[in-house]
Design a protein around this ligand. Structure first.
Ligand SMILES: Cc1ncc(COP(=O)(O)O)c(C=O)c1O
Length: 344
């Protein structure tokens, strides 16, 4: 069988802006690592929704402490992290599957599969009824909060959608940006896994835990669903450093709350500066914003790059919007001054 496996970057590209997808005949495959350009001196990198504050000090120490284990296969450490995640999510050990980043979970073999993109609603929520209609027994991908719009789909709508979707249609809810959402209209769908065998929820250590370069993510689903995914996974795909860092991060009571606070402060600063300059943003529930530039964004992306400020690529469904990751406050100050200059 001829299969095509797609990287996270290609996956995101496939979905594009303002769209969700329904994959017909879904399956899962092992991941290809995404390419990243390293942060270089002088460049303000606001292009990949990374966490600029990095991993918890406890994670850094755990990695150093695990240097001596680099010659061993990491099976026991897999199990330690799985146990921790099972407790955290209120599920059993066999309901957690680790991945080399959540991308490994998100991979879909699209061998001949029809991919249907469904535009978001005018309030940038997922158009769930249209997604059900399009899925025809395939897989529906719901990113909540959504990338690249940073918007959310209201919790009641999402709950009803999961409850009412026919069981033969799989639903993959990507909660990569879960920790940054503070709206009362947002909630995790992990608690719905117990009653919905067709639900898979993906999480990552790449965002609030600041571990994008380490590659660790996981998903939560019912045991039988896991058994269907496992054969497509690489053996021991999460390395010892990532496992040690992830477990230690969960021990740090400050990592999530500090990350949320710093993100929210820098986000408020940049939104208010942009508003004063006359630019609107889509209400953001994530660690990035979508700025309405009121003109085609591509020349602006290029001009920002010339100022050493890297922002997100073009998302074709929103050709006038610039996706900007929320960096540290001084980085956002640099962004604001470069943006005002190039947009003048
Ligand atoms: C929608 C979405 N899902 C998942 C991820 C995280 O992927 P990974 O866990 O492979 O780093 C990202 C990162 O940019 C993302 O935007």
């Amino acid at each position: 069988m001829n299969t095509i496996s797609i990287s996270r970057r290609k996956f995101a590209h496939l979905l594009g802006a303002g769209a969700a997808a329904a994959f017909v005949r879904p399956a899962f495959s092992s991941a290809k690592l995404s390419e990243h350009i390293g942060a270089t001196g002088g460049v303000v990198r606001l292009s990949a929704n990374e966490n600029p504050y990095g991993p918890s000090p406890k994670a850094l120490k755990a990695m150093t402490d695990s240097f001596g284990l680099a010659c061993r296969y990491p099976d026991e450490h897999n199990n330690v992290l799985i146990d921790r995640l099972a407790r955290l999510n209120g599920v059993n050990h066999d309901q957690i599957l680790l991945g080399d980043g959540s991308s490994e979970i998100l991979q879909a073999k699209i061998n001949g599969a029809e991919v249907v993109k469904v535009p978001l609603t005018p309030t940038f929520a997922h158009d769930l009824p249209r997604m059900i209609a399009a899925a025809k027994g395939g897989l529906i991908y719901v990113c909540n909060p959504n990338n690249p719009t940073a918007s959310i789909t209201p919790k009641d709508q999402l709950r009803d959608f999961i409850t009412n979707t026919p069981r033969e249609t799989m639903i993959l809810v990507d909660e990569a940006y879960f920790h940054y959402a503070d709206s009362p209209e947002h909630e995790s769908v992990v608690p719905l896994v117990k009653d919905n065998p067709n639900l898979i929820v993906a999480r990552t250590f790449s965002k609030v835990y600041g571990m994008a370069g380490l590659r660790c993510g996981y998903c939560v689903a019912q045991k039988e669903t896991m058994e269907r995914m496992r054969p497509y996974q690489m053996w021991d795909s999460v390395n010892i450093m990532a496992l040690a860092a992830a477990s230690a991060s969960l021990d740090d009571p400050d990592q999530v709350s500090t990350g949320q606070r710093l993100n929210s402060e820098a986000k408020m600063f940049v939104i208010s500066e942009l508003a004063t300059a006359g630019y609107k943003t889509i209400p953001s529930q994530a660690n990035f914003i979508m700025v309405d530039c009121r003109r085609p964004v591509v020349p602006l992306i290029k001009a920002m790059k010339e100022q050493n400020v890297h922002v997100g690529r073009l998302f074709p469904a929103l050709p006038n919007h610039m996706r900007v990751t929320i960096g540290k406050k001084p980085e956002m100050e640099t962004f604001v001054s470069a943006f005002k200059q190039v947009a003048a």
